[in-house]
Structures are given as structure tokens and as C-alpha cells.
Design a protein around this ligand. Structure first.
Ligand code: FAD
Length: 357
């Protein structure tokens, strides 16, 4: 099947808080954005680094959390029906002969866009890998990360599954592997390996883990992975050093790696600009970078006085949307309209216009 090509007016790289608000601001200009993120969900740092911690400096919101802010933003942008493309890392950006920009992701999707807004934060969140280089050869086949697209329910039928990690996503992965839905056949075994027999997560999730352990559906092993056993281009087992200091091996047909995510600048550095302090220099009139048609907002940009705060990113996204219109609809005169009073904006937002009394 041919790799998909998506033509767009505007593409936003990054579904963090600033990328999400960028969707809103583009929407007010009647532009439906495509949003690409390496994570399998929206929220960027808010979800990945402090989902349940309080934030007190969002204007008009005395207190929320990383998760709460993400949910509010998703609700706010819903009328604009942005197309979300998760679990995809944008690898390259090039200029086409017709002036548009061509982006290619690691999933093989091509986006051709008139304007690009980079809201890439501190880089793409990518999974932390175990320090066993030999496992890389089995990625996508037997070693799976959070964003693995190939797995379907039933993938682990009669298999020995090993989950690596100690946080909620590791516990959930172990529970899901142990309990396939519908008629899918269950695994031969599920082993959850973490350096200590202590797990982080919601009390309900941890209670489910206790029950699964008691029922013999999930085995927990306090150990560190030290190597792997392979044969005929197949992963057979993981070698581990247990907390008690014993070397042993654990049969593994599939390994689910849930060691958390960390941000990586990755390919952004090679997109033809000169970075300053690992950030993209922009003007403060419309947050365009040195490359025409490419704007940078939020933590990824740099200008004198830059502060990496969500509210700064919201302001930047507002002005970047005005700037992007020169590339999206150069013929259109762009006026400032208030969401309070503009019937057109009410129509776009799907809310009723109040009659004047
Ligand atoms: C612990 C902590 C607490 C904080 N508390 C506050 C606070 O109280 N108030 C405040 O204002 N700020 C706070 N911040 C800072 C705030 O989180 C950031 O300013 C904000 O997240 C920046 O948003 P962003 O959308 O620019 O980037 P991010 O939130 O980093 O999102 C960027 C997204 O882009 C994606 N991405 C990057 N490159 C690519 C690529 N090549 N392909 C695909 N996807 C890509 C990433 O996966 C990521 O999801 C805090 C930060 C931390 C770490």
C-alpha cells in the first residue's frame, strides 16, 4: 500500500499545551490544523511529567493539574476538529518547488502544508530503552514500546510476556497482557520485572495487580535485566540479576518496555536553522523562524526575554496564527475579532450568538 500523503493548510508539530492552543487560534481563522505528536496522547510535558500535580499560573484558572489543563484544552479545541496524528515522530522537513513544506514521519506519513507551526517543547517524548543494545534487533517484533502500532488483542496468545517497569503504565501493561478481552487466548505467562517489588500507580490499579499476583496471572520479579538469550534470530529469554543477587533467565517471547518517556530534540536540530541554546530563534512579531512559513511557539523557541511558561506559549500561538495566515490565505485580509461579540466566531465555535438587549 502506498504511504499516505496528507495535504494541509497548517500542520502543528507537538500536542503539548501550546500546540493544542495553536489549534484553537488557527481555528478562529477558519484553519483546520493537523497535529503530529510522538506520544500516543495529547498533553506534552503536562501529561508526561506532572499529570497530577497542581498548576497555579494559568490565567483565569486558580488551580488545575497537568491532566486537567490538557482536558480543558482538548475540550476548548473540539469545535475545530483538528486531525490528530499520534505516535509519529516528524523526522524531516523540506521545501517543495511550489513553496509548500513537506514533512515525513517515522510512520511513513507525508504531510504537505502551506504553514508549519513547531510546538515541539523540549523535544519529542520517546520511550526510555533498556541498556541492552542486543534487544534493538527485536523492536517491533518481540520488543514493544508504548507507541507500538502492531500489537492487537490476541498478540500474546500462548506467549511468555515480560513487562519492564515500575510505574502505572507498566502495571497496566502487565494486567492487560494477562487479561485479553473477548475471545482472545491468554498468554502462557506474564512476568513484571522492576528493580524493587514496589510499584507506582492509582490504588485501584495496584489492587488489581495484587489480585492478579494472588491468582497467579502475573508474576513479579524484583530484578535488573542484564542481557538476553537469542537463537535463530529470535529473542528467547532475558537474563536478569535478582534483588537477592542471583543470576537467572526469564523466558520471553514478547517484552513490553514501560520504563517511562524522555524528551529528545532528535531530528529538529537538522531542519535547516541555526539553533540557539537548543531552541529555534524567532521574531516576536509573529514567532516566525528564519525559515519562511515555519513558526515556532512554546518551549522550543528562543527570543530575548523568553520564559518557558505555558502562558507565554499561548500568547505566541495567538500571534503565530495571524502570521501563518500570510502563507495559508495570502489574499485574505485578517482582522482581529472578539470571541465575545463576533457572530462568525460563534458560528465556528458552535455557540449561539446572544441577541442585543
Ligand atoms: C515538573 C514541571 C512543572 C511545570 N510547571 C509549570 C507551571 O506551573 N506553569 C507553567 O507555565 N509551566 C510549567 N512547566 C513548563 C511547561 O510544562 C512547559 O512550558 C510547557 O509544557 C510547554 O508546552 P509546549 O506545548 O511548548 O511543549 P511540550 O509540553 O514539551 O510538548 C511538546 C510536544 O511535542 C512533541 N514533539 C516534539 N518533537 C516532535 C517531533 N519531531 N515529532 C513529533 N512530536 C514531537 C513532544 O512529544 C511533546 O508531546 C512545568 C514543567 C515541568 C517539567
Amino acid at each position: 500500500m502506498a504511504a499516505p500523503v496528507i495535504e494541509a493548510d497548517a500542520v502543528v508539530i507537538g500536542a503539548g499545551p501550546v500546540g493544542l492552543f495553536q489549534v484553537f487560534q488557527l481555528g478562529l481563522h477558519e484553519v483546520q490544523a493537523h497535529v503530529i505528536d510522538a506520544l500516543p496522547y495529547a498533553g506534552g510535558q503536562c501529561m508526561e511529567l506532572y499529570a497530577d500535580k497542581p498548576i497555579y499560573d494559568i490565567p483565569g484558572t486558580p488551580v488545575t493539574t497537568g491532566r486537567g489543563l490538557t482536558q480543558s484544552l482538548l475540550q476548548q479545541i473540539a469545535p475545530f476538529q483538528a486531525q490528530m496524528h499520534f505516535s509519529q515522530l516528524v523526522e524531516s522537513v523540506n521545501r517543495l518547488d511550489d513553496g509548500r513544506l513537506c514533512l515525513v514521519t517515522d510512520a511513513g506519513t507525508t504531510f504537505i502544508t502551506k504553514a508549519l507551526i513547531v510546538a515541539a517543547g523540549v523535544g519529542a517524548f520517546v520511550p526510555r530503552k533498556p541498556a541492552i543494545p542486543a534487544l534493538e534487533a527485536f523492536e517491533g517484533r518481540q520488543v514493544h514500546y508504548l507507541h507500538d502500532r502492531a500489537l492487537a488483542d490476541g498478540s500474546f496468545a500462548d506467549s511468555h510476556v515480560v513487562v519492564l517497569g515500575g510505574d502505572e503504565s507498566a502495571v497496566v501493561a502487565a494486567l492487560e497482557a494477562a487479561q485479553p478481552s473477548g475471545n482472545a487466548r491468554g498468554p502462557a505467562s506474564v512476568t513484571l520485572i522492576h528493580r524493587r517489588d514496589v510499584f507506582a500507580g492509582e490504588p485501584d490499579t495496584l489492587q488489581l495487580l495484587e489480585s492478579a499476583r494472588a491468582a497467579g496471572k502475573v508474576r513479579v520479579l524484583a530484578a535488573q535485566v542484564t542481557g538476553c538469550v537469542t537463537a535463530s534470530d529470535q529473542l528467547k529469554a532475558l537474563q536478569v540479576l535478582t534483588a537477592e543477587g542471583t543470576e537467572t533467565s526469564v523466558t520471553a517471547d514478547h517484552v513490553l518496555v514501560r520504563l517511562g518517556m524522555s524528551p529528545k530534540m532528535g531530528p529538529i536540530a537538522e531542519w535547516g536553522w541555526t539553533l540557539e541554546r537548543k531552541q529555534v530563534p524567532v521574531n516576536t512579531e509573529n514567532f516566525q523562524s528564519e525559515i519562511p512559513g515555519i513558526f515556532a511557539v512554546g518551549d522550543i523557541n528562543f527570543y530575548p526575554g523568553k520564559r518557558k511558561l505555558i502562558l507565554s506559549g499561548f500568547h505566541e500561538a495567538t500571534l503565530a496564527a495571524f502570521g501563518a495566515m500570510a502563507f495559508i490565505s495570502p489574499e485574505k485580509k485578517v482582522h482581529l475579532q472578539y470571541t465575545t461579540t463576533s457572530p462568525r466566531l460563534h458560528q465556528l465555535l458552535g455557540v449561539g450568538t446572544q441577541e442585543k438587549s
